[in-house]
Design a protein around this ligand. Sequence first.
Ligand SMILES: C[S@@+](CC[C@H](N)C(=O)[O-])C[C@H]1O[C@@H](n2cnc3c(N)ncnc32)[C@H](O)[C@@H]1O
Length: 272
Amino acid sequence: MSTPKEKVHLTAAQETLLITLYAKAVACPEVLFSDPKGKEIIAQIEYDFEQLKVPTGTRLTVCMRAKQIDGYVRAFLAEHPNAIVLHLGCGLDTRFSRVDNGEMDWYDLDLPDVIELKRKFFTESERYHLIASSVTDLAWLEQISPQGRPVMVIAEGLFMYLHEADVKALLHRFKADFPGCHLVFDAFSELTASKVSANPSLKKTGAVIHWGIDDPLEIETWEAGIHLQEEWFFTQSEDIPKLGLGNRLMFKLTGLFMLAKRAHRLLYYILD
Ligand SMILES: C[S@@+](CC[C@H](N)C(=O)[O-])C[C@H]1O[C@@H](n2cnc3c(N)ncnc32)[C@H](O)[C@@H]1O
């Protein structure tokens, strides 16, 4: 007898995690990204992923984003093997198993309903922790005690759902609580933030976007000690040559205009 599948009961902003899970595990060309644990999870969830109608561009950028962030985490862990990594708005992402070096401590944080669902597929251990909280309720930070260990914070597909004041408050606390921490997140431009709700998959979930930023140096002016390390554009992906002609042309065209490159990109800061 087969095991009954998990039914999901998620709100709009939470349901977006199914878009990214699906993109990484199933909808992406294998040459770009491979997520076997994500595939296993999808097979156990009762949900019609096809009806999300995830556009090709979204599938590709979700996978490129995940691959680039995996690379940042691996590089950080190569330098700081006993680091602490905070993965905010983790959804059902399987990054811990993709990058685990056997030494670091990892915290996956998401809203309580999502963590309840995540517990069905992931087990906490001495080094793998789950935090059920809104990222904006800053009390969760009290659960992290780095005691001098280096910290990396990742927020993948999260900050655009927050208000700017919440993003500012988070950066302020990261700087105060984890001096020298590395922070990686993806950000929309202001134009994308105002228009992206028309994306068919997002529309399907009903999620609302609140925040976008044009110039990443503006974040340095929020507070002393915030240093931009990199603004990474999807047009820089080493995987573009592996794509079909249409997609290669789309990225080539995007690469010609700063406005288009900044529509959605990764930002990497050090806070000290
Ligand atoms: C687009 S999904 C990204 C999931 C995952 N990072 C990935 O890339 O697969 C957005 C995630 O942010 C989470 N989220 C939205 N608002 C949040 C909040 N205030 N606190 C914590 N998580 C939040 C949602 O529940 C969801 O899991």
